[in-house]
Design a protein around this ligand. Sequence first.
Ligand SMILES: O=C(O)CCC(=O)C(=O)O
Ligand SMILES: [Fe+2]
Length: 213
Amino acid sequence: MSHLFEDIEFVENPLYEAIISDILSKKYSIVEDFFSTEDVTILRQSLLKKHEENAFKKAAIGNRFEETVVRSIRGDVILWMEEAKADASELLFFNKINSLINYLNKTCFLGILHKEFHYALYPKGTFYKRHIDTFQNDDRRKLSFVCYLNEDGWLPENGGELVLYLNENGEETEKIIYPFPGRVVIFESQIIEHEVRPVNTERLSITGWLKTR
Ligand SMILES: O=C(O)CCC(=O)C(=O)O
Ligand SMILES: [Fe+2]
């Protein structure tokens, strides 16, 4: 039977395998250095340049078609990324994402057909209250993906922790995740409630979703 597989080019990727095994066992995965220090610097510069050009807008709740800006729920400003118009730094980002998606589709049959990503900047004093990443009218988001673009040396007192609310043996526990540069957090969009605690220092990231259909 082995000849059936001879034509399929497949190289096992230990990093992606670790992500898959985490998600299967605990619904989330934390990956250090998904992006190298150089990649993070390039992506941070891209974010800051676009922010200086006033391209960001206040983030809304609801999907792109039913948006309301509610500052008491979320205070970040965002800019949606367009792969078709990606510059060199964004291509670097999308190349890594596409490689991960291809791997997930080959190995897990997740059927990821679409993706959406935005830059996010949380000004001092802002937060994103506890929520889930899917909408009543749209359940296509399967995996949430957050990548932190902060400077090296992010301190716990800077705030801005991502808190995942997990259910361990019927009890709710909090998984506290600091937004260290290069760190990526991936979790099941339809299951994991989470929040961003108030930030004391501007906090930079790219957030996105891998979607079906
Ligand atoms: O920035 C983070 O850590 C999470 C952001 C988030 O939950 C969202 O944008 O839906
Ligand atoms: Fe979220």
